[in-house]
Design a protein around this ligand. Structure first.
Ligand code: NAG
Ligand code: NAG
Ligand code: NAG
Ligand code: NAG
Length: 247
């Protein structure tokens, strides 16, 4: 009798212990679980932050432009020239067919957005905006790359320091392997790109627009860049850089 009572008490204690453990253990686990999600969530946040910054750095990681150093440092300014036309040489000055002497074609290829190329085309300095019937348009430049034949399938135009009405909006790029005076002949050029400059959405002053990519698998030793549309009425066209890419 006595033994049974003792056995009963022991059993009761054991059952009570099991029940207690059964209740307490899941509670502890649950408590732990309550904390656990915050840990992965935190690490998830950290992860997504790091992946976001990786993504950002991937997006902001731009390809390097190809060097636009010209043979003998000469960048030829042109005016009254459309795609396929013979190049008409622009000269320094402030009149028709001229560019500001210290804002010469070479400034568009010097890698410095603080310098610019300013070209009047059919107008001259001070032409009233009301008389703008294409001021600065059909101007540009060509150069023979010092690096020799290079594949180009992207271009990017950068704005000057001021007057956004002068920004190029429609531009073209042609390539040629011709040499000497043949390079001035329209027939020597092959059209590679004719379209938006990427500046329609103003990136700000002294800033570059997005790279405009195009299909091209042929290398050329010379390139000609022309502007055929600008943002608004002005007496000239201006830009700080034209960058070429091979991607
Ligand atoms: C531009 O070139 C055309 C020929 O293509 C010529 O008739 C015209 O006079 C030129 N205009 C200027 C301003 O040089
Ligand atoms: C860029 O051009 C500006 C204006 O001429 C000049 O002050 C600056 O030193 C140039 N920057 C470089 C890196 O050559
Ligand atoms: C210019 O082109 C002509 C005709 O294609 C060619 O005969 C001549 O050799 C070329 N000149 C140069 C300097 O490349
Ligand atoms: C221009 O020259 C490069 C290098 O020799 C060559 O790969 C390319 O095919 C040439 N382009 C044309 C249109 O002949």
């Amino acid at each position: 009798m006595q033994n049974r009572k003792i056995l009963g008490i022991i059993l009761l204690v054991i059952v009570a212990a099991i029940v207690t453990v059964g209740i307490l253990l899941p509670t502890t686990i649950l408590k732990k679980n309550k904390h656990q999600p915050s840990t992965p969530r935190n690490s998830k946040v950290t992860f997504s932050t790091s992946s976001a910054s990786t993504l950002t750095s991937t997006t902001t990681k731009e390809p390097d432009p190809i060097p636009t150093d010209a043979v003998q440092g000469i960048v030829y300014g042109v005016y009254n020239t459309s795609v396929g036309d013979d190049s008409k040489a622009a000269t320094p000055g402030k009149g028709i067919g001229q560019y500001i002497t210290h804002e010469s074609p070479g400034k568009a290829c010097d890698g410095n957005v603080s310098t610019k190329y300013v070209s009047f085309g059919p107008c001259s300095e001070g032409t009233s905006y009301d008389d703008d019937h294409g001021c600065g348009l059909r101007t540009g430049f060509f150069l023979k790359l010092e690096t020799g034949s290079t594949l180009v399938n992207g271009l990017r135009v950068c704005t000057a320091n001021d007057l956004l009405e002068r920004d190029p909006i429609i531009v073209s790029l042609e390539g040629s392997n011709s040499t000497g005076t043949n390079l001035t002949l329209g027939a020597s050029w092959t059209l590679l790109y004719d379209g938006p400059s990427g500046l329609l959405l103003d990136p700000g002053r002294r800033k570059c627009g997005p790279i405009q990519y195009f299909d091209n698998i042929v290398e050329y030793s010379s390139y000609r860049f022309l502007v055929s549309g600008k943002r608004r009425k002005a007496d000239c066209i201006q830009y700080s850089e034209v960058k070429l890419y091979s991607v």
